[in-house]
Design a protein around this ligand. Structure first.
Ligand SMILES: Nc1ncnc2c1ncn2[C@@H]1O[C@H](COP(=O)(O)OP(=O)(O)OP(=O)(O)O)[C@@H](O)[C@H]1O
Ligand SMILES: [Mg+2]
Length: 248
């Protein structure tokens, strides 16, 4: 473990019960990567509560640990120490890997920086896939629901196109439609507008704002100050620790 790491966090912080209105409760999240050269501690004991309905931007320099932290929330990777309670469930203690994967499909919308749409499937099929994977909604309902999701992001006329035949902005909107298909209470997005022109970026932020107004919790990593000005809370991470947290 790195010498700069704070005192053992798991032993010093007793996780209280999750507060009812909390969507995410983190207790002493530490992440250390081991590789051939040695160990690097990227998250150094993060304690953070994000409440239901908040629209949060997470900022920080490249390499500060933003994506690593998101991966701890989504359960895509796991912390070295600490507890992550989401919607009242301790996702690392209370669930097996396969339960976590099922939980993720049903409770989380994830938007990656590089869309990750399947290139051989149409936009509609890409959106349907997340419902198939989570086994949510009746089989016959899924195409109609997928179309509604594409309508929500203004892409209904492109439903039968392959990703390569639409713009990058439209691909990202389709990825957001896919993330919303199972109606998750929590949406997590890693630089969702990173590769987009400002008009497409604004469409996405308008949508996120509307979703949080309707009660969804939205957590977004961004580098763009014009986007952080639109969120209700701004968290800054530096060198694996939270160094700023402001609400409007
Ligand atoms: N699997 C890994 N193995 C070793 N080191 C890693 C691994 N993943 C991330 N890191 C290191 O952890 C640090 C934080 O990476 P992370 O991707 O979380 O940063 P970030 O804040 O998202 O940066 P960016 O703004 O460039 O996306 C970096 O120094 C990175 O090299
Ligand atoms: Mg990143």
């Amino acid at each position: 473990m790195s010498p700069s790491l704070p005192k053992p966090v798991m032993n010093t912080i007793q996780p209280p019960m999750s507060t009812p209105e909390a969507m995410i409760d983190m207790y002493g999240i530490v992440k250390t990567f081991k590789n051939a050269v040695g160990e690097v501690t990227v998250l150094k004991g993060i304690n953070l509560t994000i409440y239901r309905g908040e629209f949060v931007s997470l900022v920080g320099k490249s390499g500060s640990g933003k994506s690593t932290l998101l991966n701890m929330i989504t359960g895509i990777d796991h912390p070295t120490q600490g507890r992550m309670v989401i919607g009242g469930t301790d996702i690392y203690t209370d669930m097996t890997e396969s339960q976590r994967s099922r939980w993720r499909g049903r409770n989380l919308g994830i938007v990656f920086q590089f869309f990750q749409l399947l290139p051989m499937l149409t936009l509609l099929e890409n959106v349907m896939l997340s419902m198939d994977f989570a086994d949510m909604y009746e089989f016959e309902e899924r195409p109609q629901r997928a179309l509604e999701m594409l309508k929500l992001v203004g892409l209904e006329t492109f439903a039968n196109k392959l990703p390569a035949l639409v713009s990058t902005g439209q691909q990202q909107l389709a990825a957001i439609a896919r993330a919303l298909a199972c109606d998750p209470p929590l949406l997590v997005a890693d630089e969702p507008t990173g590769n987009l022109d400002s008009r497409s970026a604004n469409t996405i932020i308008d949508l996120f704002e509307e979703l949080s107004r309707r009660g969804k919790t939205v957590l977004m990593v961004t580098h763009d100050p014009s986007l952080t000005s639109r969120t209700t809370r701004n968290i800054t991470i530096a060198d694996g620790l939270i160094v700023g947290d402001s609400r409007k």
